[in-house]
Ligand binder design. Structure first.
Ligand code: GLC
Length: 499
């Protein structure tokens, strides 16, 4: 066989195999509906059980974590004051001061730092190392921007937006259930993260900074949406005529929150529920922790690549839904498919054996979702952008046939992610009956995160799936997506305000 013939045969085989793989990533309307009703059921179970999503309770599936946040009211945009916010999530730490102007706007000063390698997963870092680092960054920020207001007798309120699952019994305390997304400091699990941070703030001499509220990033997103848009005040709405219903994140991780009636949160200890009702509270924001939806893998679409990834990164609570949806994993799914195609001799044939594959393709998490985003929209006839992306990110030359295969794979992986992303949104809208309530059922979903914000076509694909799912085109039309800018910082500040 000539060299050209060999390539033609190989290209056909590659095409056939890739089209099989692509079909295994497809998700149809029936699956979306099935997953949505299972999601609602898991929400109900989670509201009744104190489960933290860890397994099985009395033979029943444990349900979603559904963590009570102790946030019982929504801001309306008239709030004022200067608050500090600390935001830990993903790979960065941000420390900010937020001036709420009382007119739906705010001004932020902030400093962002990457979490240093010595604190990341795989090291023997301790809680003191991590929270000591956060306290030192906080001190540097305050010295730089707010030395004027640093007086021992003037306390500064700080809201801590902590994007990991915590068990809360009040707004200003919470014990870490498990780490997710690249951090894994075992001795923090089971400890109160507010206390750990406060202790280290005292050590660096910041006694006047009081960590008064702990919140999840999704709740930050929701609160800053309410502040920016204006929620109901005595039945009147300031801002747009549409009800803020959901706060969600589709970025390194994925998760969401919504307001639930206190009477429905069966797992709240009786004395807390009674106290809240006595105080006139009717609803509370619930952090769903939907990244671990269907950790038993009963309804999620699952390819052999997902099974490998689920197994390989099984710690941190499974997070099966997150592994199919979030930005941290989209590139990793593609990388696994490519390594498999290579092992079958169908792609990158210049590297005959696995050992010869470039180190970068063999290394987990080397393909970022930014690379996928560029490939997704490459419409040049030679797929030039794809070629450049592979050269730049992996130093890998590719043939046109390979690039076509890669682009098809990228597009099914991102479509599946966006289709799955619609499931929790429909589920919450149905569970809360929001589409049949105020303002003719027009609802707002506040979002943040790199994937939903920046990945080309993600939101449109998500909307498409909303229309295919149980709320149908009518429900999809009434659902408005609004980007909550600086949600972690503004949300942290708003939480500190209500504390
Ligand atoms: C992970 C965390 C969750 C967070 C989400 C988005 O799923 O467990 O707490 O909200 O990422 O950052």
């Amino acid at each position: 066989m000539s060299f050209d013939d060999f390539h033609k045969v190989n290209d056909t085989k590659l095409l056939e195999e890739v089209s099989k793989i692509c079909s295994s990533f497809e998700v149809n309307a029936e699956q979306i509906k099935e997953m949505t009703s299972y999601f609602i059921q898991q929400m109900e179970i989670g509201l009744a059980n104190n489960n933290n999503n860890e397994g099985t309770i009395n033979g029943n599936k444990a349900g979603l974590a559904m963590i009570p946040s102790y946030v019982t009211s929504k801001p309306n945009g008239t709030e004022e004051g200067l608050f500090m916010a600390a935001v830990l999530g993903g790979m960065n730490f941000r420390i900010c001061s937020v001036q709420l102007n009382g007119d739906h706007t705010f001004d932020i000063k902030q400093a962002k730092t990457r979490i240093p390698d010595y604190l990341l997963e795989g090291t023997d870092a301790t809680s003191d190392d991590l929270f000591g680092f956060l306290a030192r960054r906080t001190s540097a920020f305050i010295n730089k921007f707010h030395s004027d207001i640093m007086k021992p007798d003037t306390p500064l309120k700080l809201g801590f937006t902590f994007s990991y699952p915590v068990d809360q019994e009040s707004l200003n305390s919470g014990t870490l259930i498990r780490w997710t997304k690249g951090l894994n400091i075992p001795d923090t699990v089971g400890k109160d993260v507010v206390q750990l941070y406060q202790e280290q703030l005292t050590i660096v001499g910041l006694n006047m900074v009081n960590v008064v509220a702990l919140t999840n990033d999704t709740i930050g997103t929701f609160l800053s949406l309410c502040y920016a848009q204006g929620s109901t005040i005595d039945g009147q709405v300031s801002g747009e005529i549409s009800e803020p219903v959901i706060g969600c994140i589709f970025g390194t991780g994925t998760n969401g929150c919504y307001m639930e009636k206190i009477e429905n949160i069966k797992k709240l200890p009786d004395y807390i529920r009674e106290r809240l009702i006595h105080e006139g509270k009717t609803e509370m924001c619930i952090n769903i922790e939907w990244g671990s939806f269907d950790n038993d893998d009963l309804v999620l679409p699952t390819t052999k690549y997902d099974i490998d990834i689920d197994k390989k990164y099984a710690k941190n609570g499974g997070q099966l839904f997150e592994k199919r949806v979030s930005g941290m994993f989209l590139g990793e799914i593609l990388r696994n498919v490519l390594v498999d195609l290579h092992s079958k001799g169908l792609i990158l044939t210049q590297f005959r054996k696995h050992e010869q594959l470039p180190h970068r393709l063999k290394t987990p998490f080397q393909l970022s979702s930014e690379v996928l985003a560029r490939i997704e929209i490459d419409d040049s006839s030679t797929l030039r952008e794809t070629e450049l992306s592979f050269l730049q990110s992996l130093r890998l030359p590719t043939t046109l046939a390979e690039r076509r295969a890669i682009q098809s794979l990228v597009r099914v992986i991102s479509r599946r992610s966006a289709y799955l992303a619609s499931v929790p949104i429909s589920a919450i809208l149905i569970k809360t009956n929001a589409l049949n309530k105020k303002y003719h059922g027009e609802v707002t979903v506040g979002y943040d995160g790199s994937i939903i914000e920046l990945y080309p076509g993600f939101k449109s694909m998500m909307r498409q799936a909303l229309a295919m799912g149980p709320i149908g085109p009518e429900g999809e039309r009434k659902t408005h997506f609004v980007h909550s800018k600086d949600s972690g910082s503004a949300g942290g500040a708003l939480c500190a305000l209500v504390a």
